[in-house]
Design a protein around this ligand. Structure first.
Ligand SMILES: Cc1cc2nc3c(=O)[nH]c(=O)nc-3n(C[C@H](O)[C@H](O)[C@H](O)COP(=O)(O)OP(=O)(O)OC[C@H]3O[C@@H](n4cnc5c(N)ncnc54)[C@H](O)[C@@H]3O)c2cc1C
Length: 450
């Protein structure tokens, strides 16, 4: 198996190595898809935006995901933003000079049981009322839709307008386009702390100096809760490890994405397929796991055996035992010790997944795994993000906890966050993503999305 082509290492020279200005309108903390798209839309409003990334643009989740741009199976509160994101992907592909890999090839979920089919039916009934073009497929319709397969499925759910993009091409390309349009991007520049006066943000302190600003957006993916906690802000975020891989080039047996309880696959631009185990999640137990256990009981009750537990995270991971939890602006922060979070993929699970796909689809007979990787997915107790202003720190917006589906929705969330920052009408109800839902006595309501 060869080394993956995406950024496991820091390059010797950062691509974005601009000097840090003394002041700006908004600092974005984190150069994943959420930070990049927020910067993109804020810049369009004429604001002076600085994006600080501790490692390299899209070095973490935003390059490691499957590349699904998915409305299907979404929480109904996210669906309108995701439908907007879908339109934005089309626009961005047309506007951007570089190839994002966006293709509207549809997403198909396969039901392995009557119970799963009933879940699809329930979601479908609600999604169509929001105007989504999505279809339930009977076994006969499935036969007509899919190329030859050997398994019995009870039916499917198909959303033709769903799409895919190449994450490791798309997010760096969008960042380059944002930089060309005027966003100052500084890689290898960890934001250490926030400076405030009387509860108002006045500056962010980075390893390269201080930037005065009245607004900042925390879009730090799996690092957001560690950063927030040091600033006296608590969010019950945890991370799980997910593995994926790419196959050798294959004849194009299906151009869309397929998901089943056992596997997920999608066609890549290079002629291979991305494949991933349906249910392989790894969880590193650390202090935050105990701290936040109560919030996660509903998730544990729903799927106790779905996650493999490890007693400790590797050194310098966000929730590692003995990791630094408190630091000042003058001290190196944990973000500088781990520029790129790069967990080890679960190769056994991936090989098993390939065998399952080969059993199901003869078109995969000659496939081999060419490369494999893993990423840490940041999640929230209800599997929905926080997208809100922080009441205790005026000027700070948090956009994190995308819970395994932030890539596709990235452009929509970027637009939403930009309007949140500038206090303009959002056009969507964000109450389900509010910051204080974990502290105001509300019950944790698990997203029914699948
Ligand atoms: C294996 C896998 C498969 C997935 N599949 C899909 C999919 O098919 N479709 C989908 O929609 N989503 C998918 N996801 C989820 C999706 O990738 C994430 O939800 C999304 O990328 C999150 O984007 P983000 O910008 O919030 O975080 P990230 O991409 O993690 O970016 C956060 C960035 O912030 C930086 N950072 C953190 N702290 C600091 C600091 N203090 N200073 C400076 N920089 C900092 C980090 O270095 C990082 O680059 C998948 C994820 C994984 C791991």
């Amino acid at each position: 198996m060869s080394q993956p082509e995406f950024p496991f290492q820091l390059p010797s020279q950062p691509e974005h190595a601009n000097p840090l200005p003394d002041a700006c309108d908004v600092v974005i903390i984190g150069g994943g898809v959420i930070g990049v798209m927020t910067a993109w839309f804020l810049n369009r409003k004429g604001l002076k935006v600085v994006l600080c990334e501790k490692g390299r643009i899209a070095g973490e989740q935003s390059s490691r995901n499957w590349g699904w741009v998915r409305q299907q199976g979404r929480d109904l509160h996210e669906l309108p933003i995701m439908m907007e994101a879908n339109r934005l992907w089309q626009q961005l592909s047309a506007e951007c000079d570089e190839e994002l890999g966006f293709r509207q090839t549809g997403i198909l979920y396969l039901a392995e049981s009557e119970k799963e089919l009933a879940q699809f039916e329930h979601w479908h009934g609600q999604a169509v009322t929001q105007g989504l073009d999505t279809h339930l497929l009977s076994p006969a319709q499935l036969k007509a839709h899919l190329p030859s397969y050997n398994t019995h499925w009870f039916g499917g759910l198909y959303t033709p307008g769903d799409g895919r993009a190449e994450p490791w091409q798309a997010v760096p390309s969008l960042a380059r386009a944002a930089a060309k349009a005027g966003v100052t991007i500084v890689e290898q520049c960890a934001v250490r702390t926030l400076e405030t006066q009387a509860g108002e943000l006045t500056a962010v302190v980075t390893e390269k100096g201080t930037v005065k600003c009245e607004q900042a957006v925390l879009a730090g993916g799996a690092w957001s809760s560690l950063f927030a906690r040091n600033a006296g802000i608590r969010i019950p975020q945890l991370s799980v490890k997910a593995t994926a891989g790419a196959t050798t080039a294959l004849p194009d047996f299906y151009d869309g994405q397929i998901g089943s309880p056992d596997f997920a696959l999608r066609r890549r631009l290079d002629g291979g397929y991305n494949i991933a185990p349906g249910y392989d999640r790894g969880f590193y137990i650390g202090p935050d796991a105990f701290r936040n256990l109560g919030y996660y009981l509903p998730q544990l009750r729903r799927d106790f055996f779905g996650t493999k537990l490890y007693p400790a995270a590797p050194k310098h991971f966000p929730d590692s035992w003995g990791g630094t939890r408190r630091w000042s602006g003058e001290q190196p922060s944990p973000f500088e010790r781990q520029r790129i979070l790069n967990p080890k993929p679960n190769l056994n699970a991936l090989q098993k997944t390939l065998r399952q796909i080969q059993q199901a689809f003869p078109g995969f007979a000659d496939a081999q795994i060419r490369t494999a990787w893993a990423g840490m997915i940041d999640t929230m107790p209800d599997i929905l993000p926080i997208v809100d202003r922080v009441p205790s720190c005026r000027g700070l917006v948090i956009a994190t906890g995308m819970s395994g589906h932030g890539f596709g929705i990235g452009p929509g969330m970027g637009r939403v966050v930009a309007d949140l920052v500038t206090e303009q009408p959002i056009g969507h109800d964000l109450s389900r993503f509010r910051f204080d839902r974990f502290s105001d006595g509300s019950k944790v309501e698990l997203s029914p999305a699948f």
